[in-house]
Design a protein around this ligand. Structure first.
Ligand code: SAM
Ligand code: SF4
Length: 362
C-alpha cells in the first residue's frame, strides 16, 4: 500500500530565470490530454494507492483553471480511496489565486497551500523575474485566508543578487507579521540550464558563501525567535504544522509521483517519468513505460538516504545507523549533538548539513 501521492503540474504563468523544475508556459490546448493521462496513470495503481498525503507540485498547479483542477481532483477521487487523507497540499503562485479557485479547492478537500512569495521587496521580485507584485502576493494571501485555509506555507529565497541583509530582515519581519503556519526559506541555487546559471558564468552575478551563511544564521534566529521551529534545514513550522508529505519523503517512505518528471519510489525501485509533457501523454496513451530512468533501491541505498535526509530534520538520525567513530569526531568539532539515541545537527552543523551527511554515509 502506498500512502503518499505526488502529482506534477508542469505549467507556469511565466517561467522564472532561476528555476530548474520541469515546467513550460501554460498551453490550454495540451492541458486536457495531459489531465487525462495523469488520471490514466493513477488508474494503473488501483487500490494500491490509499493516500494519507497528496502534494500537487510544479510548476504551478494553480496555473490550471478552476474547472481543470476540479476535473483532476474529482477524477482522482473516483479512482482511489481518499478516506484516510490527512493532508492535501497544492502549490500556488500569487498570480494564479482567485477566491473562486481557492474556495473550490477547499471544497475538493485541499487543506494546505504552499505559495511562492520569494521576497516582499518589489525590486528583488523584479530581479527574480517574478510575474506578481508584492501587493498581489499580499492580496492572494488574504484571499487564501478568506477561503478558509488555516494551513499555509509561504516560500522565500535568500542570497538573491543584490539583496542586502536589511532587505532579508524586512522580508522575515513582514512574513512573521502575517502569521503563516509554515515558512520555507531556500538559499538561491544557481541551477544548471537556467538563465541565472548563465549569468553567473558571465560574471554578471557573484556568489558569497559567507553572506549566504550569515543570512541563513539570521533566518534560524529570527524564525525560531518568532515561534517557528526549524524542523528541516529549509523548513520552519508552528507546532504540529510540519508538512507531513515532505516528512514522509525525508524519513524514507514509498511514494508515487504522477505526471512528467515525477519521481516514484516503490517496491525496491525508484523511477522518474519523462520530463516532456507530450512524450509523457503519448507514452501513457500507448501503454508503454512513462519512465526514462529506473534504479533499484536496495537496503544499503535506502539506509544511506534515510541518514542523509533525517540528518536534515530536527528528529535527527538514529545512532545505530551511523559509525560511532565519525559521529564522536563531528560532535567534538561542534557539528552534532546527541539526544537519547539520536544524533542531531547543531546550528553550526545545519550550515554544512550536506557535507556532514556525505561523511556519515561514506
Ligand atoms: C514549484 S515552486 C512554488 C510554486 C510556484 N511555482 C511559485 O514559484 O510561486 C517551488 C519553490 O522552489 C523555490 N525555488 C525554485 N528555484 C529555486 C532556486 N534556484 N533556488 C532556491 N529556491 C528555488 C522557490 O522558493 C519556489 O517557491
Ligand atoms: S519558481 Fe515557480 S513559477 Fe517560477 S518557474 Fe519555477 S515553478 Fe514556475
Amino acid at each position: 500500500m502506498v500512502e503518499h501521492l505526488y502529482a506534477h503540474i508542469p505549467f507556469c504563468p511565466k517561467v522564472c530565470p532561476y528555476c530548474s523544475f520541469y515546467k513550460e508556459a501554460s498551453d490550454r490546448n495540451k492541458t486536457r490530454a495531459y489531465l487525462d493521462a495523469m488520471l490514466r496513470e493513477a488508474e494503473l495503481w488501483g487500490d494500491r494507492l490509499q493516500p494519507r498525503t497528496i502534494f500537487f507540485g510544479g510548476g504551478t498547479p494553480t496555473a490550471l483553471s478552476t474547472s481543470q483542477l476540479d476535473y483532476l481532483i474529482s477524477g482522482l477521487r473516483e479512482r482511489m480511496d481518499f478516506s484516510r487523507l490527512e493532508e492535501f497540499t497544492i502549490e500556488m503562485n500569487p498570480a494564479t489565486v482567485s477566491l473562486e479557485k481557492a474556495s473550490r479547492l477547499r471544497e475538493l478537500g485541499v487543506n494546505r497551500v504552499s505559495m511562492g512569495v520569494q521576497s516582499w521587496d518589489p525590486g528583488l521580485l523584479e530581479t527574480l523575474g517574478r510575474v506578481h507584485s508584492k501587493d498581489q502576493a499580499l492580496r492572494s494571501y488574504a484571499i487564501l485566508r478568506e477561503a478558509g485555509f488555516r494551513n499555509i506555507n509561504l516560500d522565500f529565497i535568500f542570497g538573491i543578487p543584490g539583496q542586502t541583509v536589511d532587505q532579508w530582515v524586512d522580508t522575515l519581519r513582514q512574513t512573521i507579521a502575517l502569521q503563516p503556519q509554515h515558512i520555507s526559506s531556500y538559499c538561491l541555487t544557481y541551477e544548471e540550464d537556467t538563465e541565472y546559471f548563465l549569468r553567473l558564468g558571465r560574471g554578471e552575478f557573484s556568489q558569497d558563501p559567507e553572506v549566504d551563511a550569515a543570512l541563513f544564521e539570521l533566518t534560524m534566529e529570527t524564525l525560531e525567535g518568532a515561534g517557528y521551529a526549524q524542523y528541516e534545514i529549509s523548513n520552519y513550522a508552528r507546532a504540529g504544522r510540519e508538512c507531513r508529505h515532505n516528512l514522509a519523503y525525508w524519513l524514507g517512505a514509498d511514494y508515487i509521483g504522477l505526471g512528467p518528471s515525477a519521481f516514484s519510489t516503490f517496491g525496491g525501485e525508484r523511477w522518474k517519468n519523462v520530463s516532456d509533457t507530450s512524450d509523457y501523454v503519448a507514452r501513457v496513451n500507448a501503454g508503454v513505460t512513462r519512465a526514462d530512468f529506473v534504479e533499484p533501491v536496495d537496503a544499503a541505498t535506502r539506509q544511506a538516504e534515510v541518514v542523509a535526509f533525517s540528518l536534515r530534520t530536527s528528529r535527527g538520525v538514529d545512532v545505530s545507523l551511523v559509525p560511532e567513530e565519525k559521529t564522536s569526531e563531528l560532535a567534538a568539532l561542534g557539528y552534532l549533538t546527541r539526544c537519547g539515541d539520536r544524533w542531531l545537527l547543531t546550528r553550526k552543523g545545519r550550515m554544512v548539513a550536506d557535507e556532514l551527511a556525505g561523511q556519515l554515509i561514506e
